[in-house]
Design a protein around this ligand. Structure first.
Ligand code: NAP
Length: 485
């Protein structure tokens, strides 16, 4: 980390009440590209998480009372600082998470874009007047911040998954406590440093870093002072945390796993479909919730599509994300590599055909070779579970009805993609897909202006867009009566 321009961004302890808090124990943060320890971070306890909640609860009255425009200017300063330090933040992110530096810097810009978006929305928390049913009454609707928000976020977007939630929560007037993933605490702590520099008051944005996910999670889901809980992560853990929130009847948002289909119809522009798939599949080495998981190709174009895809994949360069020209980094952990490998091997055993890849780059490395397999069928585990690796798993279909039925045959409903140039088909398929987000002739769909979120077991709630603030606002109805006296 000696190459940071601003060493002050490298923090090693949790942040609450506007201060950094040491701990008796520390845990190591390692670089997945080479296993090097890049930092040792103070390991917060559940009691520390309670203190962070206390700080957020104490700060709520002051923060929520500020005019939206004042909260907006602090969020805008935070946004500007993130962009000003994009190189350093990108480097920290690459070193702890592994994604190529250009992608990491892109994530910083993406995260910052939510701060900007919600800074603007902070000024537009409009209420309503509703025609009353009696002449002597008036009905007014106010929107008010829900209170203290707690969040738990994953390692695959260590900056943006926090920014997406915190920006909306703070804009609405809520205060915020987040526990980031233990593999990627440094990006979260760097955000806290910049929040402090942006003038965001003590207690408004708090970060608790720890290896005790369950212990911290118990506090954040069960403390009665927390009004709202927002989680991004796996469906399995999300279900458990939603149950934990039930006892205190918290507002809950869940951004969970996906199993995105990517459908290529025979009438598609195959070159556009290949480049869309390259972006959707290989970004972050295949480790995103909206990554294509199942590629469904119409029989008549299967051979042509697969050949074009393999040609495009010759441009993929695996390596340490800080090396120029690298566009695929390592997977996050040995477990992640083993899981991807098991999924591929099991599919091949069940009759899928391996065209390239199918193994780690070398023994013990976390680099998994870009892989293509065909003859995949819906009963194979890799068609049912998130692969979370650089594996293109291709299934074949004969007609539109079968494509829709295969695409929807999953308990997940986050993102889906399809390529077609037939306008009638575009509308039919877009409306029939049971997913929260659909890319039509487009492989990258996330941006601050759009509502991000899923249906079915991919969760509920929306982040970004004009809808994103609603997750952090309560509706209050005022009935003014006796107006005829
Ligand atoms: P995960 O195991 O569910 O972990 C996510 C977060 O939950 C981490 O901070 C983790 O902490 C914490 N956690 C784990 N067990 C916990 C427990 N018992 N109590 C409280 N917190 C707990 O997910 P992951 O494998 O790290 O992340 C990848 C998943 O996130 C994928 O399923 C992906 O699709 C999903 N995701 C969804 C979206 C979306 O917007 N829908 C976006 C990105 C990722 P530790 O790190 O300390 O274990």
């Amino acid at each position: 980390m000696t190459t940071l321009n601003d060493q002050g961004l490298l923090k090693s302890a949790s942040y609450w009440q506007g201060a950094w808090h040491p701990a008796a124990e520390h845990f190591a943060v390692t670089n997945p590209a080479n296993g090097d320890v890049i930092a040792k971070v103070a390991n917060a306890s559940p009691a520390d998480a309670e203190q962070a909640v206390t700080a957020a609860a104490a700060a709520f009255a002051g923060w929520s009372a500020l005019p939206g425009a004042e909260r907006a200017s602090m969020l805008m300063r935070w946004h500007q600082l993130m962009l000003q330090h994009q190189d350093d933040l990108g480097l920290i992110l690459t070193l702890e998470q592994g994604k190529p530096l250009a992608e990491a810097k892109g994530e910083i810009a993406y995260g910052a874009s939510y701060l900007q978006w919600f800074a603007e929305e902070a000024k537009r928390v409009y209420g309503d007047t509703i025609p009353a049913q009696a002449n002597n009454q008036r009905i007014v609707v106010l929107k008010q911040p829900v209170g203290v928000v707690a969040a738990i976020t994953p390692w695959n977007f260590p900056n943006a998954m926090i920014a997406r939630k915190a920006a909306a929560a703070l804009a609405a007037g809520c205060t915020f406590v987040v526990k980031p993933a233990q593999q990627t605490p440094l990006s979260a702590l760097a955000m806290a440093e910049l929040a402090q520099r942006a003038g965001i008051p003590a207690g408004v944005f708090n970060v608790v870093v720890s290896t005790d996910a369950a212990g911290i999670g118990n506090v954040l889901t069960q403390d009665k002072r927390v009004a709202k809980f927002s989680f991004t992560g796996s469906t399995k853990i999300g279900k458990q945390l939603a149950k934990q929130c039930a006892d205190s009847v918290k507002r809950v948002s869940m951004e969970l796993g996906g199993n995105a289909p990517f459908i290529v119809f025979a009438d598609a522009n195959l070159d556009a479909a290949v480049s869309g798939l390259m972006a959707s599949k290989f970004r972050n080495a295949g480790q995103t919730c909206v990554c294509t998981n199942r590629v469904l190709v119409q029989q008549s174009v299967l051979a042509a599509f697969t050949a074009k895809l393999q040609q495009a994949m010759t441009n993929l360069t695996l390596g340490d994300g800080t090396t120029a020209g690298v566009n695929i980094g390592p997977l996050i952990s040995d477990d992640a590599c083993n899981k991807v490998d098991e999924l591929v091997r099991a599919a091949v055993k069940q009759g899928a055909q391996l065209h390239c890849g199918g193994e780690r780059q070398s023994l013990n490395s976390l680099f998994y070779l870009p892989t293509v397999i065909t003859n995949v069928t819906s009963n194979m585990t890799l068609a049912q579970e998130e692969i979370f690796g650089p594996v293109v798993a291709i299934q074949c279909f004969s007609d539109e009805a079968q494509a829709i039925s295969l695409a929807n045959a999953t308990e997940y409903g986050l993102a889906a993609y399809f390529y077609s140039r037939d306008i009638g088909r575009v509308w039919r398929v877009a409306e029939a897909l049971q997913f929260g987000m659909v890319g039509v002739n487009e492989g990258i769909i996330s941006n601050a202006a759009a509502p991000f979120g899923g249906v079915k077991q991919s969760g509920y709630g929306r982040e970004g867009s004009q809808y994103g603030l609603n997750d952090y606002l309560d509706i209050k109805y005022l009935c003014f009566g006796g107006l005829d006296n």
